[in-house]
Write a protein that binds this ligand. Structure first.
Ligand SMILES: [Fe+2]
Ligand SMILES: [Fe+2]
Length: 223
């Protein structure tokens, strides 16, 4: 069942403000999560990809906590930094040659997860974080696109909800700029919704998915 806040969120699908996912007080017992969050913010600011990306990360943290209220620090770190690869992008050229959008290819998604996990590991090691925390963060980020175990599935599901909630206008922006074909946008939405594992996550995501598909259909009919 969805509560009143969730209904409001769903109603406003695709335009969630980029507010941070937690109060300062709730971070008091956390040492590494605020540091990683700052690292994520600064890394994307340097790339000039600020608000759209950050909104997606903050909302991924929000949804991960919603799906597991006992989420620990490693899980929040993995959520906030799961797409850090995009701030330190691996070359897409290998995947752009075969006529299929790179972001729809499994081997690209796996490489994106591995590269992000490596970047966060590097940062946490410099911060002298405990080995067990680093291991869990790496495991979750490297598997966030396809899932596998409980934690990887949880992050994958939170990522999907956050994506469906916010990325509609962003993908249209890419389409208008000529960098994305309409078929690929629909495939991406289908894939992000279809990969969700938990029933609870599916219930949150369904109206968002339907709203985004309707939104995109209307856009293509009108243009
Ligand atoms: Fe990702
Ligand atoms: Fe993501």
């Amino acid at each position: 069942m969805t509560d009143r806040t969730d209904r409001k969120i769903i109603k406003n699908t695709c335009v969630i403000p980029a507010t941070e996912p937690e109060s300062r007080k709730s971070l008091e017992n956390m040492h590494y999560y605020p540091k990683v969050k700052k690292f994520v913010k600064e890394s994307f600011a340097k790339k000039g990809k600020f608000s759209d990306e950050l909104r997606h990360f903050w909302r991924t943290v929000y949804w991960l906590k919603k799906l597991d209220s006992k989420a620990d620090e490693a899980m929040l770190i993995a959520a906030v930094a799961h797409d850090i690869e995009r701030a330190f992008p691996i070359s897409r050229s290998k995947w752009q040659k075969n006529g299929k959008a790179y972001f729809l290819q499994r081997s690209f998604s796996a490489a994106h997860g591995r590269a992000g996990a490596f970047k966060v590991e590097e940062f946490l090691k410099k911060e002298r974080a405990p080995g067990a925390l680093i291991k869990k963060v790496k495991m979750m980020i490297s598997g966030h696109e396809y899932g596998g175990n409980y934690w990887q599935n949880l992050l994958k599901d939170a990522d999907s909800i956050s994506f469906l909630e916010n990325q509609g206008p962003l993908f249209l922006k890419f389409h208008r700029s000529g960098s994305l074909a309409s078929d690929d946008i629909f495939k991406k939405f289908d894939w992000m919704y279809g990969r969700i594992t938990s029933r609870q996550a599916k219930a949150y995501a369904k109206p968002m998915y339907q709203k985004c598909v309707k939104y995109l259909n209307k856009f293509y009919k009108d243009t």
